[in-house]
Design a protein around this ligand. Structure first.
Ligand SMILES: Nc1ncnc2c1ncn2[C@@H]1O[C@H](COP(=O)(O)OP(=O)(O)OP(=O)(O)O)[C@@H](O)[C@H]1O
Length: 321
């Protein structure tokens, strides 16, 4: 568990991170969103002490990170940034092996780990191990960057706009892969993004920042249905909100008894997909694979925010004064 307590960073008279407190449970993803210059990167970099806080502290599993040596701390924390930051003159394998080498892993174990990670990211080890970063596509470089961050099996992974440079299709795939991988490994993840869509797709919790302050921290449903301030509301984008809400839940959530004509939709498809299918095919109900139906009337209700579980724990509904 990561506990950020009253974290503050000042440069001269400018307070760029202003008394931010939030908790990320083990195995969860927290997405930091906000406008440019709102302090997201600075907040993230204070977690691995690339930036030293002016005040406040960060606890990882109840240990104050100020008591640890910064370089040892950073070996325990994966860090992936936009533009991947790969070493250009080192091979893919050497790049991925960076932290395991610093930790003194035996060569055979490093090699095994590199190949395992390449396979996990759908890069054939025999083909990619010895290439240099410039011999890879942007998406492949990005995957190697994330593989490098995961190499030493960090309990915590920090990502700063890791998919910013990818086109929308690859980006959606990269997000899905990251989510699946993170679930499998149980890694705790803090990701900075300026894209609310990405935050909703990835975050178990979303932190909205503006001018160094945390305006709201809560599950995506809460941010979307109960924005704490006009700024949060503007960031969500009112036109997109119904679709974002629908994208959070699978068809299986709304399935009810009944029958309908036409091709069926899978229970694990999103409600957003179901709405698109209804509109595209002119149907007001769809059969669901395995039985039952989902209706347009239900989808409309859900898009308006009805029937969602009440936003949980009051602490997560933290709102700045
Ligand atoms: N080393 C520094 N010295 C002085 N000011 C800094 C320094 N680093 C960052 N800042 C300022 O702190 C503020 C927050 O920057 P930060 O990079 O954390 O924002 P951000 O939300 O990540 O922005 P973006 O989305 O554009 O990357 C900005 O106004 C920036 O100019």
């Amino acid at each position: 568990m990561i506990r950020i307590e009253h974290l503050t960073k000042r440069y001269g008279t400018a307070t760029v991170v202003d008394d931010v407190s939030l908790t990320v449970e083990t195995g969860q993803i927290a997405a930091l969103v906000g406008t440019s210059g709102s302090g997201k990167t600075t907040l993230l970099r204070m977690v691995n002490r690339l930036v030293e806080p002016t005040a406040g502290r960060v606890l990882i599993d109840d240990v104050d990170t100020a008591t640890l040596s910064p370089h040892l701390l950073r070996r325990r924390i994966g860090y992936a940034i936009q533009g991947h930051g790969l070493f250009p003159h080192r091979s893919v394998a050497q790049n991925i092996a960076t932290v395991p080498r610093l930790l003194g892993w035996p060569k055979s174990q490093i090699r095994e780990r590199v190949d395992e990670l390449l396979s996990m990211f759908q890069l054939d080890p025999a083909e990619f191990r010895d290439r240099r970063p410039h011999e890879l596509s942007g998406g492949q470089q990005q995957r190697v960057g994330v593989a490098r961050a995961l190499a030493a099996r960090p309990e915590l992974l920090l990502m700063d706009e890791p998919f910013g440079a990818l086109d929308p299709v690859i980006r959606a795939q990269a997000q899905a892969d990251l989510r699946a991988l993170q679930r499998r490994l149980g890694t705790t993840l803090i990701i900075v993004t300026h894209d609310m869509e990405e935050a909703v797709a990835l975050g178990d919790r979303i932190a909205v920042m503006d001018q160094g302050r945390l305006l709201q921290y809560g599950p995506p449903e809460q941010i979307l249905t109960r924005p704490a301030t006009p700024f949060v509301q503007a960031l969500i984008g009112s036109a997109e909100r119904p679709f974002r809400l629908l994208s959070l839940s699978p068809v299986g959530d709304l399935v009810q008894p009944g029958q309908a004509d036409g091709p069926a939709i899978a229970p694990d498809a999103s409600l957003r997909d179901a709405l698109a299918e209804c509109l595209w095919t002119g149907r007001d109900r769809l059969p669901v694979t395995g039985g039952g139906v989902v209706t347009l009337a239900q989808l409309r209700q859900r898009a308006a925010g009805a029937g969602l579980a009440a936003p949980d724990e009051p602490a997560a509904a933290q709102v700045a004064p």
